[in-house]
Design a protein around this ligand. Structure first.
Ligand code: BGC
Length: 375
């Protein structure tokens, strides 16, 4: 049985509106040096910061946080966004190198396309920090800071199961035996993180699929089938629409979505396809973007994963500051992130599952958002 269809058009329009909502501060940290408490170590050295896109709040918050924290230490910052276009990112990095950057912090678009430009950085002795996303194939990647990406996937799958009542709040299996219908989405295949999220999620979901507790009505259980190039919400919406056409009247209980932007597209397809907003499947996400936290509060999206961009920026800035001061940056993982050339010494941070039950504690008490950002 299909549900009400009336909200479809409204929700489709909402994709654009929610993505454009830029009202949250996204936890942008203010520069800390103005009280003179922090001794600037940068003395005007230029740090190039290459970010992928401004289409998603998270990267805007990342850029702002890295910039303000570097400036607080006395560095000059060349922050560039590449509009998710690979040649643009390459030429931005080239420009940073030629205009005298002494270190680079890079969140890549496609982790495999920077080898040549990073060779120039290597020749010029400029240290390179991979930010959030690993840069693959290049010998010129010195350090990496990110979240524990496999664990992010585990958290996404765990919250999917909690939302569907398959596990309880302690993570224990309930007597829910299914079969429950779920569809699976993955991130961009050129983003190294996407396979980590997927592998983490599938480490939780696959045994339940084998057991028959979960079913995937479309039959699309391979990463390649589930992946959404460049993390585009409209591509996720299209794929969800196609799946709904293929599975007909089969009702979905859950959708694994690895990113809030995709979740918005998925919700749009579902409401256009007949689901009412108060009876959507359990839908996950990532990044705690304002529009999606509002959706969680409204009871539409079920969960997201909060990654505190202030802390990630702090690690990247600390790495740069250490290197430029001739010190060894702190790392906590020297095994996981092999970029095809070498294992990149990494600092991994922890992420947090957010639902309607804890968003105030996690997002507002931590001052990442103000209550008014979310209303
Ligand atoms: C990041 C995620 C983000 C995704 C889409 C990934 O590399 O780790 O936090 O949701 O890109 O921007």
């Amino acid at each position: 049985m299909k549900k009400h269809r009336i909200l479809g058009a409204v929700a489709a329009a909402g994709v654009v509106a929610l993505l454009a909502t830029g009202c949250g501060r996204g936890g942008t940290a203010e520069p800390a040096a103005s009280d003179g408490a922090q001794e600037p170590g940068g003395s005007g050295q230029i740090v190039g910061v290459a970010m992928p896109t401004q289409q998603s709040e998270r990267w805007i918050a990342d850029g702002d946080n890295v910039r303000s924290q570097l400036e607080a230490l006395g560095y000059s910052v060349d922050l560039q966004y590449a509009n998710d276009d690979i040649p643009t990112q390459v030429s931005q990095i080239e420009n940073m190198i030629s205009s005298g950057a002494e270190a680079l912090i890079i969140a890549s678009i496609d982790g495999t396309t920077l080898t040549d430009v990073l060779a120039q950085a290597g020749d010029a002795g400029i240290p390179v920090i991979a930010y959030d996303r690993l840069i693959n194939g290049s010998p010129n990647v010195d350090y990496y800071t990110t979240f524990d990406n496999f664990q992010v996937g585990v958290q996404q799958a765990t919250s999917l199961l909690t939302g569907m009542g398959v596990v309880d709040e302690n993570g224990e299996r309930t007597d829910e035996a299914g079969p429950l219908n779920v569809e699976l989405f993955a991130g961009s295949p050129d983003d190294n993180n996407a396979t980590f999220f997927w592998d983490g999620a599938m480490s939780v979901l696959e045994p339940l699929i084998e057991e028959g507790v979960l079913e995937v009505p479309s039959g699309q259980t391979e990463f390649e089938q589930a992946a959404i190039l460049r993390w585009l919400p409209e591509t996720a919406q299209e794929r969800m629409e196609n799946i709904l056409t293929v599975i007909g009247d089969t009702e979905l209980d859950g959708v694994l979505s690895p990113y809030d932007g995709l979740s918005i597209g998925i919700i749009s397809a579902l409401t256009s396809g007949g689901y009412s907003t108060d009876a959507l499947p359990v839908i996950t996400g990532q990044d705690a973007e304002v529009g999606s936290v509002q959706s969680i509060i409204a009871g539409e999206q079920y969960s997201t994963i909060f990654k505190d961009t202030r802390l990630l920026a702090e690690q990247a800035v600390a790495m740069v500051d250490s290197i430029l001061n001739g010190e060894e940056p702190e790392v906590n993982d020297t095994e996981t992130y092999d970029n095809g050339d070498h294992i990149v010494p990494s600092y991994l941070l922890e992420s947090t599952i957010v639902t309607v039950d804890n968003y105030e504690e996690v997002l507002i008490d931590s001052e990442y958002y103000e209550e008014s950002d979310l209303s």
